[in-house]
Ligand binder design. Structure first.
Ligand SMILES: [Zn+2]
Ligand SMILES: [Zn+2]
Ligand SMILES: [Zn+2]
Length: 325
């Protein structure tokens, strides 16, 4: 596979075939404890007192990005391309066959968050990687082929398009007003209280003003922070995040069987330093957050082609229903 850039949109596309991870033919779940032989070798794991793993990470069997080699940036005439250098890991989040975060205890979710932090920090040590994508697909409609609770961590040599836009507009807002865009949004949402869903002392959640999907929910740290890794270093704050995640996921699952959870974290600052000499105002202008995107059937043609999102459920109505659940 290689990365190719469309010069008209500057968007990168991964070109080439990839095999999908599948459940075993004999029905055994490759992610259950005891079936480790069905998956690649462990990269990292947490263990219980009895020495059994509780959270386990290994490389994806058919990765979209590969760890070995150089980026090998090339031109093909006027076009730009590079090798798909990066990393693609799978985090199995529970040894038993649980299929959702809402089935786990807050302590178990806390362990998963700690593993997210460990993997993100570890991958960010590699200066070839500009970004670490952390996401979870839940339900077949959301493209998940193994139902056992797991997430994907993908380190990439380019910043993903949506993040790049978010970073750009956050910086633009900061340059104009000297304030964090996301802090401004939090202030307005907590004043208006028509789209808020749930909050605790460290986090706030709401259906965003221009929600792309019905019942879309964002979770943000209430106090400004550009770095997920730094925020959850504090154990009381990590506890709060585990709690709000469990609450929100339980609510979302009362409405839809399929959703994506995407972490929008800061890019790899060490790769920036080598690229541009500095990271600008990233620490002040970016505010990490989690986006929960429910999937529904029958997306319109416009939506598939990403011209416009069409959402039949206004976020004010969505938030009201989620609050009352
Ligand atoms: Zn399983
Ligand atoms: Zn902020
Ligand atoms: Zn975002």
């Amino acid at each position: 596979m290689e990365l190719r850039q469309d010069p008209t949109t500057r968007l990168w596309t991964l070109t080439g075939a990839r095999e999908e991870e599948k459940a075993e033919k004999d029905g055994r779940c490759p992610f259950c404890r005891g079936n480790e032989a069905l998956t690649p070798k462990t990269i990292s794991a947490f263990y219980s007192n009895r020495g059994e793993w509780t959270v386990r990470v290994f490389p994806d069997k058919s990765p979209v990005f590969q760890i070995e080699g150089d980026l090998d940036k090339k031109a093909e005439g006027m076009f730009d391309k590079m090798k798909n250098i990066g990393a693609h890991e799978v985090i199995v989040e529970t040894p038993g066959h649980a299929t959702s975060l809402s089935m786990l205890s807050e302590n178990e979710i806390l362990d998963i968050l700690k593993m997210y932090r460990e993997r993100i920090s570890d991958l960010k040590k590699d200066r070839r990687f500009k970004y670490v994508i952390l996401f979870k697909n839940h339900g077949t409609l959301a493209g998940s082929t193994v139902e056992h609770l797991h997430s994907h961590v993908v380190a990439t040599p380019v910043i993903p398009a949506r993040l790049e836009r978010e970073l750009r507009w956050a910086k633009n807002h900061y340059d104009m007003k000297g304030r964090c865009l996301f802090c401004d949004i939090i202030y307005q949402e907590s004043k208006q209280k028509i789209r808020t869903v749930f909050e605790n002392k460290d986090f706030i959640s709401f259906c965003p003003f221009a929600s792309r999907f019905p019942y879309e929910v964002w979770i943000l740290p209430a106090i400004h922070s550009h770095s997920f890794e730094e925020t959850i270093q504090k154990s009381t704050i990590a506890d709060s995040l585990a709690r709000i995640l469990k609450v929100i996921i339980s609510k979302i699952e009362g409405i839809t069987p399929a959703y994506h959870i995407v972490f929008h974290i800061s890019p790899n600052e060490s790769s920036f330093r080598t690229m541009r000499g500095d990271i600008g105002t990233l620490m002040e202008d970016f505010h990490w957050h989690i986006e929960i995107l429910p999937r529904t059937e029958g997306m319109s043609r416009l939506q598939r082609e990403e011209e416009f999102y069409i959402n039949a459920v206004p976020p004010e109505d969505a938030a009201k229903r989620l609050r009352e659940m």
